[in-house]
Design a protein around this ligand. Sequence first.
Ligand code: BGC
Length: 389
Amino acid sequence: MRRSSLFLILSVLLMSCSATSDNASNSSAGGGEAAITSSIFGSMPDGRDAMLFRLTSPSGMMMEVTNYGGIITRWTAPNRDGTYDDVVLGYDNLDGYLKENPYFGAIIGRYGNRIGAGRFELDGETYTLATNNDANHLHGGIVGFDKVLWGAEPFTEGETVGIVFTYTSPNGEEGYPGNLSVMVTYRMSPDNKVEFTYEAMTDKATPVNLTQHSYFNLAGTSSDSILDHELMIMADHFTPIDSGLIPTGVLQPVVGTPFDFTTATAISSHIDADDEQIAFGLGYDHNWVLRDGSEEMKLAARMYEPTSGRIMEVHTQEPGIQFYAGNFLDGTITGKSGAVYEYRSGFCLETQHFPDSPNKPEFPTTILRPGETYSTMTTFSFLTDGMGS
Ligand code: BGC
């Protein structure tokens, strides 16, 4: 772990801690000060308290986040009239997340997305992971990073507010080798951007692929379908999958397929196309290979919602992005303020290395070795069509 940056953050800690109980999520623009408040969100089954932090930006953006799974429970963004609405799916209380959570808002680790058959070989040893998605390993296993209580240190740096989450995953957790120290920082700046920085160090070689699993609905109502949203992904290839959603290893050109989002395209346009890949994903649930595969920050995807005018841009240092169209939502989950999360009522854009990389030597490596620092950044920026982009 980068101790120096942790100490830097801790040394500028200006924590303003006070109880908060109201759950307002709709407001108009800004003028206020950068602030963080905290309150008890609820009790974990083992009796520990999970905290809820509210980050507010002078712009008017507000995010609530708990140290249970690093879950973002509310996140407001402006429409073209400057009204801030909650644009993420989730629950009103901790119990909702403890009972059943399809990864709403959570930090995902050690490995975002699937590892085929929950096995991989590394340095001559075969490792067997917890399998929690039929025969495969998904999002870190049965108790992934989305289900643990993280250390949390809120901070303010001028007009920027944030939280540093820390967790040490013990050797053998969910089958992974090595003690892994992880630090994830959320940083909200007044230009309506939230930066996610992921850092990790290990004492034994292990796969690492961390991401954030917020489900968005930019209409701000969180229960309408996302099919009218328009998406652009900066990718000329995607990684086709088998029926268990494991990549075949091929990088397939998107041109002429339902996976071509090289120009802004309504999600509805081809999501039900008669296509084997669409059938395997039940719609879109695939990894796109970013055109610029470098570790530089670059635009990965832009989502636009025409009725509200909201635009969300995702920039990342990662080589891939999973676009998941909420195909497994089916109306059985009732979330915040009684919202029923119907089929395809939320989408995820998960920046990542490619699924099943530990078994695909042809993919960019996800192996972190002792002495190395895993370090990657992704930002989510909110704009509106009144502003241009
Ligand atoms: C995966 C989906 C999975 C979902 C779980 C996504 O990242 O790609 O296959 O069902 O997470 O909520």
